[in-house]
Each structure stands twice: as C-alpha cells, then as structure tokens.
Design a protein around this ligand. Structure first.
Ligand code: IPE
Ligand code: IPE
Ligand code: MG
Length: 244
C-alpha cells in the first residue's frame, strides 16, 4: 500500500512526539536480552527521522529515557547510556549533513558526564541546521519539569521580578521553551498511557496508539500515524461549523 500518496504534505504536523515503547518485549520475543531491542530501536529512529523530514515535519521529539527509568536494573541503565553515547558519536556527522539540529529536554545535568559531553558536542555541531529539529527527551518527566518551572517562577515572584503568572510564563519555564506544542503524539507497543511525558504540552495534541513495537516501527508506521491525524477534526473547544 502506498501510504505516502494518501498524505497531504502541506498539512502535516509541525511537531510529532513519540513514546518509543516495546524494545524489551521485542527482544524477548526473539529470545534476546532487552538491550538487543534497544540497539535495534536506533534503526527505527533513523527511519522515522527520514520519514518525518519527507513530510516536512519541523520537530520530532523522542522519549528516550524517563526519570522513572533509573529504577530499571543497573545493567540496562548503563547499556542505555552507553548506547546513547555510541549512537551520537556514530551518527552526528550524517545527521548534520542531512540538516538535522539536535536538542534535548529533561534534566540533562543528571546524566553521566560522558553523555553530557557527547550531547553538548552534538548540539553544538548541529546548531545551525534547519531541516528538522530532533528533540531527545532524556532524564525527562513532566512532573519534574513542571515542579522545576514552579520553583523558578516562585523565586521570580519572591524577588519582585514577576507580578503576574500567565500561561505563557509557565510555558517559558519548561524545558520545551521555544518548541511548539506537538500536534500529534504517538505511542508504540499497545500501551495506552502517557507515562509522565509532556503533560502540559499535549493539552490539544491528537493521540495515535499502535500495537507495533518500537524496533518494528518504520517509515510506513509514521505515514499511517499522519494519515490517522489528518482524518481528525481538531475543534479546540469549538463546534464543527465554526471551523470552516
Ligand atoms: C522503550 O522500550 C525504551 C525505553 C523505555 C528506554 P522498553 O524498554 O520500555 O520496552 P518494554 O516496554 O519493556 O517492552
Ligand atoms: C516510557 O516507557 C518512557 C520511554 C519511552 C523512555 P516506559 O516503558 O518506561 O513506560 P511504562 O513504565 O510502561 O509506563
Ligand atoms: Mg516500556
């Protein structure tokens, strides 16, 4: 099936966010360790990024590691951090040549030094690219992000720098500052939950859930999600007749 031809490329989301889930189950199904699944997940990231660029998506945010994921066995956490460093080192040149700008959201200071260094170098190396921004959510959780924002805002109010707290003020204290809210949120692996991801930013996002496990997610799966998105009527609290 030619899914791409069914997409109106002039009306694709500017920002797609993905909860990449199911690496562990995918690996288990093939009789391998969980890390085997995470390794294969990198290929899905490559494919998804290519498809997003074809669709003129400007921001692709990927949930790569949550604050809750520290509670996994040490071997898996170490393996994931190592995979992050290796993948960045291997891919950054090619990413940059294809116009990808790298950004992160989350508590980056809480990551191992080696990750922080590799991330800082990759962000600097790709900073002038304009095709698409790849946002990696690392050591991220919404409740951490919102708590952090509230603390910063409270300080400003206390010092007299701020007298009124607006919606915009709150947005500007989140790690997603400057990034438009995602129009489309995808979660793979058949789970129907948000797991502490972008709670503020998805206020009006469309959700697409798929049974596909992340290492099996390929270009066609992104096309299908966008076709689903384009079939929705986004009413933003209004009635249908007001939208035309
Ligand atoms: C998603 O896959 C990747 C991360 C959370 C880092 P999982 O590792 O959660 O895979 P499942 O859900 O256990 O199958
Ligand atoms: C969400 O997946 C986090 C990432 C994809 C990084 P999890 O696998 O950690 O979520 P839960 O535990 O099933 O909710
Ligand atoms: Mg999972």
């Amino acid at each position: 099936m030619d899914y791409l031809s069914k997409i109106d490329v002039s009306n694709t989301p500017e920002h797609i966010a993905i909860i990449m889930d199911g690496n562990g189950r995918w690996a288990k199904k093939q009789g391998h360790e969980r890390l085997y699944g995470h390794n294969f997940g990198v290929e899905s990231i490559r494919e998804t990024l290519k498809a997003a660029k074809e669709l003129k998506v400007k921001y692709l945010t990927l949930y790569a590691f949550s604050t809750e994921n520290w509670n996994r066995p040490k071997e898996e956490v170490d393996g994931l951090m190592d995979l992050l460093v290796r993948s960045l080192a291997n891919e950054v040149k090619e990413l940059s040549e294809s116009g990808v700008r790298l950004q992160t959201i989350g508590d980056i200071k809480g990551l191992p030094e080696s990750c922080q260094t590799e991330l800082a170098e990759s962000i600097e190396f790709t900073k002038d690219n304009k095709e698409i921004t790849l946002v990696l959510a690392l050591n991220y959780s919404s409740r951490w992000e919102i708590t952090n924002a509230v603390q910063e805002i409270a300080q400003k109010v206390k010092s007299g720098e701020l007298t009124e707290i607006s919606t915009e003020e709150i947005s500007n204290h989140l790690t997603t500052k400057g990034i438009p809210d995602p129009e489309l949120l995808i979660r793979t692996s058949g789970e129907h939950r948000i797991s502490n991801f972008l709670l503020w930013q998805i206020a009006y996002s469309e959700f697409h859930f798929t049974e596909t496990l992340w290492p099996d997610f390929k270009k066609e799966d992104l096309y299908k999600a966008v076709i689903d998105y384009q079939s929705r009527e986004r009413r933003f609290g209004m009635v249908s007749e007001q939208l035309t």
